[in-house]
Design a protein around this ligand. Structure first.
Ligand code: 5GP
Length: 171
C-alpha cells in the first residue's frame, strides 16, 4: 500500500468545521437551512458540519460526475442523482468536498439557481485555488490547499481512502 502523507489532521479539520458552523449560524440566525450534499465526497463533511449547527438542517443529496479521466476534470458535467424536494424559497447551502477547476460547482450552481431558492451559497472544505479555470464564488472555505491530489475525509482514489479521518496525499 502506498504511504500517505497527512496534509490536514483530524483535529484541525474538526476545529475548522466548528468555525464554519459558527459562521453559518451567525449568518443565518435561527433560519431553517437546506444542505445539499454533493455525493460522494462531501458526505463526512456534511454530516460533521450539520451536527454542529443548531438550526434545522434539511438534507438533500445530488450526485454529478465529470466525463473523462478520473483525476482530471474535463469541464463536462453530468447529473447522476437529482434533488428529491423543492428548494424554492429556501435558504440553500451547497456542501462540496473540494473545488478544483470550478466546473462542477459552476454546473451545480446554474442548475440550482433556476429552482428559485431564497438564497444560495457554497461551502467547500478544500480549495485548490491555483487550479481554477472558471470563476465560482465560494462563500465558506475550510482550507486552501496546494495542487496535490488529496484523499481522505470523504475523498477517494478509485473508491479507496474515503473513510480516513484526515486529509492526505499519496507518495
Ligand atoms: P472541479 O470540477 O472543481 O475541477 O472538480 C471538483 C471535483 O473533482 C471534486 O468534487 C472531486 O470529486 C474531484 N477532485 C478534484 N480534486 C480532487 C482531489 O485532489 N482528490 C480527489 N479525491 N478528488 C478531487
Amino acid at each position: 500500500m502506498a504511504a500517505i502523507n497527512i496534509l490536514i489532521d483530524e483535529e484541525k479539520i474538526q476545529k475548522r468545521v466548528e468555525e464554519l458552523a459558527n459562521q453559518i449560524m451567525e449568518d443565518y440566525k435561527g433560519d431553517d437551512l437546506v444542505f445539499i450534499c454533493i455525493l460522494k465526497g462531501s458526505i463526512f463533511f456534511t454530516v460533521d458540519l450539520a451536527k454542529k449547527i443548531d438550526n434545522n438542517v434539511h438534507l438533500e443529496f445530488m450526485k454529478v460526475s465529470s466525463y473523462g479521466e478520473n483525476t482530471v476534470s474535463s469541464g463536462q458535467v453530468e447529473l447522476e442523482l437529482d434533488l428529491k424536494s423543492s428548494i424554492e424559497g429556501k435558504d440553500v447551502i451547497v456542501i462540496e468536498d473540494i473545488v478544483d477547476t470550478g466546473h462542477t460547482l459552476k454546473y451545480i450552481l446554474e442548475y440550482l439557481k433556476v429552482r428559485n431558492p431564497k438564497t444560495l451559497k457554497l461551502c467547500a472544505l478544500l480549495d485548490k485555488k491555483e487550479r481554477r479555470e472558471v470563476e465560482v464564488k465560494v462563500d465558506y472555505v475550510g482550507f486552501e490547499i496546494p495542487n496535490k491530489f488529496v484523499i481522505g475525509y470523504g475523498l477517494d482514489a478509485n473508491e479507496c481512502y474515503r473513510n480516513l479521518p484526515y486529509v492526505g496525499y499519496l507518495e
